[in-house]
Design a protein around this ligand. Structure first.
Ligand SMILES: *[C@@H]1O[C@H](CO)[C@@H](O)[C@H](O)[C@H]1NC(C)=O
Ligand SMILES: *[C@@H]1O[C@H](CO)[C@@H](O)[C@H](O)[C@H]1NC(C)=O
Ligand SMILES: *[C@@H]1O[C@H](CO)[C@@H](O)[C@H](O)[C@H]1NC(C)=O
Ligand SMILES: *[C@@H]1O[C@H](CO)[C@@H](O)[C@H](O)[C@H]1NC(C)=O
Ligand SMILES: *[C@@H]1O[C@H](CO)[C@@H](O)[C@H](O)[C@H]1NC(C)=O
Ligand SMILES: *[C@@H]1O[C@H](CO)[C@@H](O)[C@H](O)[C@H]1NC(C)=O
Ligand SMILES: *[C@@H]1O[C@H](CO)[C@@H](O)[C@H](O)[C@H]1NC(C)=O
Length: 482
């Protein structure tokens, strides 16, 4: 998702006693710009689904680095004045996930095939009485924590850490186009209904302002840094940070940077240079993404964000910011891995001359858990899908990949049994390879140039997290021509 327009940020009014040490303005401003970046697109209609019905193509430029593996639905959740009942449809033939994100873009709950979740209703609420997460109603009733009436016939209760949040269900696409209709049917069975707040959470949230378009949209600056500061001021007072032990520090920094919690406004303090602080925050973010603590080396120059810095970030605000720009609303590592090939240790941009190609030699099929899948997708310099004559944006376990002897890697005669080494050819879209390469050709930008790749593993096996599975050897060669 594009990490731009609307920013959701955090904190609550600080008490005067929390302002013991006064941080430097530049330091506080840089912190605020980092802290505040996870953004949502719009609040146009909260608590209802917008269904994405078609897969992305190279014409699609609403969000950066879209995948062509899943269809999604999206809802901005506002739990300030209601609890919600969400219908989770029965999906038993593919990977699916209902990921819940808090206002910080932390992926705090996943219902889905990886967790073997039961279809049915789930009650979603905001309260600080219970830990964020999901609990089954049968268990809660058995433990007498709740009466069965309070469950509203739901399978489980999802407790959100912040009143604002996002729900972004995804369903795997299984190859052929007719399959999209099956997914549309799942989407049509998913629903969100508002219900009165649960008795125990009734006293919470009501002080917070509902998430509305004017809250996010009125008199917003077109300068990106100023806009982040304004949105922080509007949204912070409504979304207390989840980790209360970091509350004082966060509030101190935000106040020092000019966030007025009581008015919900941004008032630049004397001596603040927002331009400089913004540049510094972006530079720091890029540096953090290359640090050993945030990066796992997978061998053969493949790297991956470490699992504690993906999806649910704790206090790793720099990585939260980095992922917001790179792949907003990333899932936690138990759902998906997103390794990158990087010849410069985390740079993640690749380059081809007009007559050059990259060869990816997979030693074997990646091992996945039940309903898992993988794909390799190419993006142009603007992080959109690469335009090409085949309209092929990714190669995957659902493509017609072939072994060097011509036999199909997936879905062939001997089907899934045969395993061995196969190759993917990354070559400019205007340089057609020999026939026997066509099905293994992933087109790179016409004429060569800068581009990047994402390898995706959904429902990954342990072996893919570093260690067991040998990642593909990547080699630059002359383009293959017939
Ligand atoms: C807001 O939502 C309505 C109803 O779904 C839709 O018709 C309209 O185009 C949306 N506006 C924007 C700016 O997204
Ligand atoms: C998934 O849930 C079903 C029904 O509740 C159960 O029979 C099955 O054993 C579960 N599988 C796993 C892997 O937990
Ligand atoms: C918010 O304002 C911008 C610029 O004025 C406009 O383009 C956009 O459609 C607005 N968004 C909504 C959801 O109304
Ligand atoms: C703010 O910082 C930028 C970049 O460092 C610099 O070019 C600019 O002159 C500074 N502005 C002021 C008012 O000091
Ligand atoms: C909460 O904050 C404290 C203090 O900053 C920190 O030590 C702790 O690890 C944090 N917990 C989580 C879950 O982020
Ligand atoms: C794979 O090949 C079959 C014919 O052998 C064709 O029907 C199908 O569309 C191909 N699939 C893809 C994803 O190219
Ligand atoms: C295509 O044929 C060449 C020459 O026989 C062989 O080296 C190469 O591995 C083949 N490529 C694929 C993808 O089968």
């Amino acid at each position: 998702m594009k990490a731009s327009s609307i920013c959701v940020a955090f904190g609550v009014a600080a008490s005067a006693s929390s302002l013991r040490l006064s941080p430097r303005i530049d330091e506080a401003t840089e912190f605020t710009l980092t802290f505040a970046v996870p953004t949502i697109e719009t609040a146009n209609g909260t608590n209802r689904f917008m269904h994405k019905r078609q897969l992305a193509t190279s014409d699609f430029q609403d969000v950066v680095r879209p995948n062509v593996d899943t269809l999604y639905s999206m809802s901005i959740l506002d739990l300030t004045h209601h609890d919600l009942l969400v219908d989770v449809p029965v999906v038993n033939d593919r990977y699916w996930v209902f990921p819940f994100y808090d206002a910080y873009a932390n992926n705090y709950v996943n219902l889905g095939s990886v967790h073997n979740s039961t279809a049915g209703k789930y009650l979603v609420r905001y309260t600080t009485d219970s830990k964020p997460g999901v609990e089954l109603c049968t268990e809660l009733v058995k433990q007498k924590k709740i009466s069965s009436g309070e469950c509203h016939g739901a399978e489980g209760i999802v407790t959100a850490p912040t009143p604002y949040g996002i729900l972004l269900p995804r369903y795997a696409v299984k190859g052929t186009n007719g399959d999209l209709e099956k997914i549309h049917a799942f989407q049509d069975k998913s629903n969100i209904r508002r219900i009165p707040k649960h008795s125990r959470s009734r006293h919470e949230g009501h002080r917070q302002a509902p998430l509305t378009i004017p809250l996010l949209n009125s008199s917003i600056s077109s300068d990106p840094a100023t806009k982040i500061m304004q949105l922080t001021a509007r949204i912070t007072p409504n979304n207390p940070p989840r980790n209360i032990s970091d509350l004082n520090r966060v509030n101190r920094m935000l106040e020092r940077a000019g966030i007025n919690f009581h008015e919900g406004t941004y008032e630049p303090p004397t001596g603040q240079n927002l331009t400089r602080a913004y540049a510094a925050s972006l530079a720091n973010m890029a540096k953090a993404a290359k640090q050993p603590a945030n990066l796992v080396s997978l061998g053969h120059e493949w790297v991956q964000t470490s699992s504690q810095a993906q999806g649910d970030y704790g206090e790793n605000y720099l990585m939260r910011q980095f992922i917001a720009y790179r792949g907003y609303l990333a899932l936690t590592a138990s759902e998906a891995l997103y390794p990158s090939y990087s010849s410069d240790k985390g740079g993640r941009t690749m380059h081809l001359g007009p007559k050059e190609a990259y060869l990816f030699r997979f030693p074997s099929k990646p091992e996945l858990a039940e309903f898992g899948f993988w794909s390799l997708t190419a993006y142009n310099a603007k992080q959109f899908l690469v335009e090409n004559p085949l309209n092929r944006y990714a190669l995957s376990d659902r493509s017609n990949l072939t072994y060097p002897d011509g036999e199909r890697v997936y879905g062939g005669q001997q089907g899934e049994q045969k395993d061995g080494s196969f190759e993917i050819l990354l070559q400019p879209a205007d340089v057609e390879p020999p026939k026997n390469w066509t099905s293994n050709w992933l087109p790179a930008p016409r004429g060569g140039g800068d581009f990047s790749l994402t390898l995706r593993f959904y429902a990954p096996s342990e072996g893919l997290r570093g260690g067991e599975w040998a990642y593909p050897v990547v080699q630059k060669t002359a383009a293959m021509v017939g």
